[in-house]
Design a protein around this ligand. Structure first.
Ligand SMILES: [Cu+2]
Length: 330
């Protein structure tokens, strides 16, 4: 069982993490762009993969990108909601997603006790932070071509076309791209006050269990505040995506290793919240507790790699990993 440490403090874990990400992006699966296209078209009518080379192989890393994209494009009831975002399922689904990547990293690193590191963005907010040195996570503006993740390659990118809508492009391998701090919607990273406000939420989630979840007293529920839709968006998790920009913006954002560092910190805040408020989750699928199919306590979550889990099965992280500390707003 791994301990999840601060990426800025845990030197060995950071080096292992960046090395493991590159290894997974170099591990070809035998699954081609053409096969991914066939599978996608079979899943949902109108979905497709476009490519200049149907025989191009996807890496293990690319399968996570594909998994995230697919789940994000499976809508559920509620405004802005899908099977992984915009509703209560957001935190448990990403917990399962990170768990699978963590297990893959343990395998390629041959380190069964490896724990995914987290990035405590609220205490590491500078554009010039050492995190962005080439021997850490690489530059936060432009293409990441040198250093620890300079060899990581992106092959799967979300695109939009007015005639066919959203689609996936499998293209020639290229480096990760970022544009930190350039989007006027998120000129800065979230603050410790923002994190403290998450811990102050007493409900896990609120009606209508989507991106509008909020109450007249200003509360938004832990999930909606931490995901970053209310009371002011983009906040918390969403704000980190928008602040980094580039490959971190679209549904293919797991291309960037920073995706997992951000989600690991969001998961840590959720864990801190449960330590304070109890391991509570809504909706439970009953008439009284509310029901949103695909988001309920015992609904199986969309799993492309590994077996599916339910929110109930991941509510207690202790059976999978632990955090070095839960002083998330300190
Ligand atoms: Cu996501």
């Amino acid at each position: 069982m791994g301990i999840r440490n601060d990426v800025q403090r845990a030197t060995t874990d950071r080096a292992d993490y960046t090395r493991g990400c590159v290894l997974l992006s170099q591990e070809l699966t035998g699954i081609t762009a053409r096969q991914a296209d066939t599978a996608l078209r079979r899943t949902v009518p109108g979905w497709q993969v476009r490519t200049d080379d149907p025989e191009r192989e996807l890496s293990r890393w690319d399968l996570y990108v594909l998994w995230h994209y697919v789940t994000m494009n499976m809508p559920t009831a509620g405004r802005g909601a899908n099977r992984a975002h915009g509703g209560p399922i957001f935190l448990p689904w990403h917990r399962m997603f990170l768990l699978r990547l963590e297990q893959d990293l343990q395998r390629v690193l041959n380190r069964p006790d490896f724990g995914l590191p987290y990035w405590d963005w609220a205490s590491d907010r500078a554009l010039g932070s050492t995190l962005w040195q080439s021997n850490r996570l690489g530059t936060n503006r432009g293409a990441v071509t040198t250093g620890a993740i300079g060899a990581l390659r992106v092959r799967v990118t979300q695109r939009f076309d007015v005639r066919i809508g959203r689609y996936l492009e499998v293209h020639a391998p290229r480096p990760i791209e970022r544009a930190a701090g350039t989007d006027p919607d998120a000129p800065t990273l979230p603050t410790k006050n923002d994190v403290a406000a998450c811990l102050g939420e007493t409900a896990y989630d609120l009606q209508p269990f989507d991106i509008d979840s909020s109450a007249p007293d200003g509360s938004a529920g832990l999930r909606n505040r931490l995901e970053g839709w209310r009371p002011v968006g983009p906040g918390l998790h969403n704000r980190v995506h928008v602040w980094i920009g580039g490959d971190m913006s679209p549904g293919t954002s797991p291309n960037d290793p920073v995706f997992y560092l951000n989600h690991c910190n969001a998961d840590r805040i959720w864990e801190a919240w449960m330590t304070m408020h109890g391991r509570r989750y809504v909706p439970d699928g009953t008439a009284n507790g509310g029901s949103v199919p695909g988001h309920n306590l015992d609904d199986p979550m969309v799993a492309l790699l590994g077996t599916s889990l339910t929110p109930a099965q991941v509510l207690d992280a202790a059976s999978f990993y632990s955090y070095d500390n839960l002083d998330v707003a300190a």
